[in-house]
Design a protein around this ligand. Structure first.
Ligand code: FEO
Length: 401
C-alpha cells in the first residue's frame, strides 16, 4: 500500500474521527492527510500530517526508512493539517534541512519557532537526492501565499500540496490505479473511479480553494509545460490513471464553468419560502432540468457551495427578515461573493409578511457579482400559494421558454 514506486513511498494517514474540517466543513467520508517519502542516496519527506497522528506518522516513515534518516523535509504548504509535525520531524531527525520558499520562512518561525537549517528555494530551483531531482514551482495563493509544488523530474510526479485534493479518507490502496484507492464508504469497486470522487473534490475545491480561481489558472499554466504522469496531492487518492480528468476538472472549476442545471438554495422560517422552493423543484423535474436543492437552515452550507460550482444557474429563496435577507441565505450569498463565483444566471424568490426586501437585495448582491438576472424575482406576501407565486414562471425563465 505504501510503495508507489521504488523511490516514492506513501506515509500519510486517514482521519475518520474529525467531523468538521477547518471548523466549518463536514467530513462524512473522513479525510486523508498525505505525506510522501522520496528515497534515493538522500531522502526527502514531502509535507507532514495533522498533529493528532504523530505516532502513526512516525511509524509510517520509520517503516520505510529503516535505520536511515530524513535528509530533507519539503514544506509545500504551511496550513497546519500539513505542517503540524514539522517540529516533530526536526526533533526526530535533527539534521533535517527544511526546503521552503521565502513566504514560508516567517510562517515556520511563527508556528514552530523554526528559523535555522532552512534551504530557501526560488521558482524553478532544484535539489538532487542522487539520481533523483526535485524541482520546485511556486504557486502562490493556491490557496495560501507560500504554496508551492514539487516535481520529481525522473518520475514525472507532481507533489501538488492541496491542489487536486479531495475530501474523503482512503481505504484499500492510495492510488487510483489497479482499483486500489476507494472513497471511504464506497463499497462497490466498480465505482472506484475519478467519478466517485468528483463531488467530494468539487466540495473541497469550492469550500477551500474556490476564491482563488485566477491563481489556480496561473498555476495550471505554469505547470502545463511539464509532463505529469502521477499527482500526489495532500488529500485524497494519488492520481495515476485519472491525471488528465483531474487536471481538466480543476481547470473547469477554476474557470467557474458550470454545467447546465440549477442550484436551488433556500431558507425558511415557517415553511412558505420552502414550499415555493419545492414547487420550483417540481417544475424543473417536470421539464427534465437537472438541479440540486439545499435547505440552508438544516444543512451545512458546504454542500450548497459544492453545487454552486456545479451548475450554471443559481436560484436563491429567502424570506424578508428585519427588512433584510434572512441570515442563512445572507451567509450563503456572502460566501458566493467571497469565492468570486462568476458566469452564473440568477433568480430570487421569497416570502414576506408586511414589506418585502429580500428579493430586491438578493438581486442587488447577484448583480454586484456580475450574475445575469434571468427574472426580476418572485416575492409573495404571507402564506405561499401557486396563485401568489407561480414558480412555473421562474421555470420558464430558467429553460428559456
Ligand atoms: Fe490541506 Fe490548505 O491545507
Amino acid at each position: 500500500m505504501s510503495k508507489l514506486t521504488e523511490k516514492i513511498r506513501y506515509v500519510g494517514v486517514n482521519d475518520l474521527k474529525k467531523v468538521i474540517f477547518e471548523g466549518m466543513w463536514p467530513l462524512p467520508f473522513g479525510v486523508s492527510y498525505n505525506s510522501y517519502l522520496v528515497m534515493d542516496e538522500k531522502t526527502a519527506l514531502v509535507d507532514t500530517v495533522e498533529a493528532d497522528f504523530a505516532k502513526e506518522y512516525l511509524d509510517n516513515i520509520r517503516r520505510e526508512l529503516g535505520d536511515r534518516k530524513v535528509d530533507y523535509l519539503i514544506v509545500n504548504h504551511m496550513e497546519p493539517d500539513h505542517s503540524s509535525l514539522v517540529a516533530l520531524v526536526r526533533e526526530t531527525w535533527p539534521d533535517v534541512r527544511i526546503v521552503c520558499n521565502a513566504k514560508t520562512v516567517p510562517m515556520l518561525k511563527g508556528y514552530h519557532g523554526i528559523s535555522d537549517n532552512l534551504h530557501v528555494v526560488k521558482d524553478g530551483d532544484s535539489i538532487s537526492l542522487g539520481e533523483s531531482t526535485l524541482t520546485f514551482y511556486l504557486t502562490p495563493m493556491v490557496h495560501w501565499p507560500e504554496t508551492m509544488v514539487t516535481y520529481f523530474n525522473e518520475e514525472s510526479t507532481l507533489f501538488s500540496g492541496d491542489a487536486f485534493g479531495t475530501f474523503g479518507a482512503l481505504q484499500g490502496g492510495v492510488s487510483d490505479s489497479a482499483g486500489a484507492a476507494r472513497l471511504y464508504g464506497c463499497t462497490d469497486a466498480a465505482e472506484n473511479t475519478f467519478a466517485s470522487y468528483r463531488d467530494e473534490m468539487r466540495r473541497y475545491y469550492s469550500n477551500i480553494v474556490g476564491k482563488f480561481g485566477q491563481t489556480v489558472q496561473a498555476a495550471l499554466k505554469k505547470l502545463s509545460g511539464i509532463r505529469i504522469s502521477r499527482i500526489c496531492s495532500t488529500h485524497g487518492p494519488v492520481w495515476e490513471v485519472s491525471v488528465p480528468e483531474v487536471v481538466g476538472y480543476y481547470d473547469k472549476l477554476s474557470r467557474y464553468e458550470g454545467d447546465k442545471g440549477v442550484c436551488i438554495v433556500y431558507a425558511s422560517m415557517y415553511g412558505n419560502t420552502a414550499r415555493a422552493a419545492k414547487a420550483l423543484a417540481a417544475e424543473l423535474d417536470k421539464r427534465g432540468v437537472e438541479y440540486a436543492i439545499h435547505n440552508l437552515c438544516t444543512e451545512n452550507v458546504s454542500y450548497a457551495y459544492r453545487d454552486v460550482f456545479k451548475y450554471d444557474t443559481l436560484v436563491a429563496g429567502s424570506p424578508t427578515y428585519n427588512n433584510d435577507i434572512f441570515p442563512p441565505v445572507m451567509n450563503f450569498m456572502y460566501g458566493v461573493s467571497a469565492r468570486l463565483v462568476k458566469n452564473r444566471r440568477f433568480a430570487a424568490f421569497g416570502s414576506f409578511t408586511w414589506a418585502g426586501a429580500s428579493v430586491r437585495l438578493l438581486n442587488e448582491m447577484a448583480v454586484k457579482n456580475g450574475f445575469e438576472l434571468i427574472s426580476d424575482g418572485l416575492s409573495f406576501p404571507q402564506a405561499y400559494s401557486p396563485a401568489k407565486c407561480d414558480m412555473s414562471l421562474l421555470a420558464d425563465k430558467i429553460t428559456g421558454c
